[in-house]
Ligand binder design. Sequence first.
Ligand code: MSP
Length: 512
Amino acid sequence: MFYVSTPIYYVNDAPHLGHAYTTVAGDVLTRWHRQRGEQVWYLTGTDEHGQKIMRTAEANGVTPQEWSDKLVEEAWKPLWQHLEIANDDFIRTTEKRHTERVQEFVQDLYDKGEIYKGGYEGPYCVGCEEFKTPGDLLEGDLCPIHKRPVEWLREDNYFFKLSEYGERLLEFYEANPDFIQPASARNEVLQFVRTGLQDLSISRSTFDWGIPIPWDDKHVIYVWVDALLNYATAVGYGSDPERFERIWPADVHLVGKDILRFHAVIWPAMLMANGLPLPGKVFANGWLMVGGEKMSKSNLTGISPQQLTEHFGVDAYRYYFLRAIPFGQDGSFSWEDFSARYTSELANDFGNLASRVAAMIGKYFDGELPASAEREEAVAGALAETVAKADRAIGDELDFAGGLGAIFDFVKLVNGYLSEQEPWKVAKDTSEEGRARLATILYTAAESLRAVAVLLNPVMPGTAEKLWASLGAEEHLGALAEQRVAEAGQWGRLPAGARVVKGEILFPRLES
Ligand code: MSP
């Protein structure tokens, strides 16, 4: 089973572009693997415990549970639905299926002697839900991520013996060079672990919005330990061993680079301590930036995902961020850049190609796809290469920008082919030879579009479906989602005789 997860998001507020960025990337990755014919499990969810949520709820005069329920139902789930996220499950950390298993996991560590009681004091950032080291702070007391003052905490806590896992983690990274990606993320973690790990405080006793420590209910479990375990509890850890065995370990944990250490250091150490298999990969995506800062609730400049989809449509939205920003690097959003790509890549290069080809097949062949008199090796060869490239880039390397770049280079190539061949001129030649040539050209273009529909389906499912319908492909080849990536590059799959109709415009002109 190919198992992909997103971080579970804090429900202190509604989702913004940054959250949607990771979730869309995971959706594209899982849809791509589904089209490879693999069994896939895609998990997302919400992180509902801890001080941050508790304080937000208090400030709004409701209980943390009420607050979480409202945000999950009114903001988070609806956005994922709107963006066509095809997750298989949605886990909330306040669900019993999670809380009970978390207690068992922690109890197990306690029984194994991995947890001891101690005291700790230090600067804590509630935004990060994390103790900071004084050296990390800006201007003496500001969290480097949230740019807000940290709080000084002194508590008796339970500790996990994280410091004992440094060597084993380094050996693991060494033996699994792809475990942390991209390379910059891997280097950061290696350096961090090499400098030596400290034990991790895994409980809090000054507030109660969390899962109680099973042997000492004056403490609640540290929200990050609680949260990380979602990846296991959601797939049957402790409740359904057969299912857990089938789905675990995760193949890819997608995370923002801000939460890399939790996933690449603490999480594998927790799993090692409990003797569970480790995940295949932790991929850290970069940040969407606003004015040189990580996009967050406080600097949103008022742009919500819904506002962008209203203007550009859901599919263009899904496409844009993955195409424009190399996955793993930071990037900024701008209306200008989005509009420019929409118009040149989606509307002109791709949308126009689809409508021109359908229109010409309508005009010259009454909408019936003609048989190709010969095979255009250059185009067929380019397609095979494109499929191989895109498959490697998107499916294996999570290089969405590279994969989409390859697909759109192919779209450009087909446009170039049509400008060179000038079918509208060839159409004037009514000899048998002329008709055969015209048939070859239009077949070549339509067959190329057939493959493009398959390759773009994981990214723009609505648009790809329209194109599939306009090519009359379903009747001969079956449902679009059933098309396999491995076959997408085989030339000649769309048979002569397919009913081609000029469907609706794929990417309408933008309103100014
Ligand atoms: N609840 C924790 C994660 C627990 S996972 C076991 C958390 N939640 S969060 O709501 O703050 O957001 C987490 C993730 O949202 C980030 O790691 C990242 O994947 C995504 N993003 C939030 N803001 C982002 C940007 N500005 N840019 C890109 N991704 C961002 O941390």
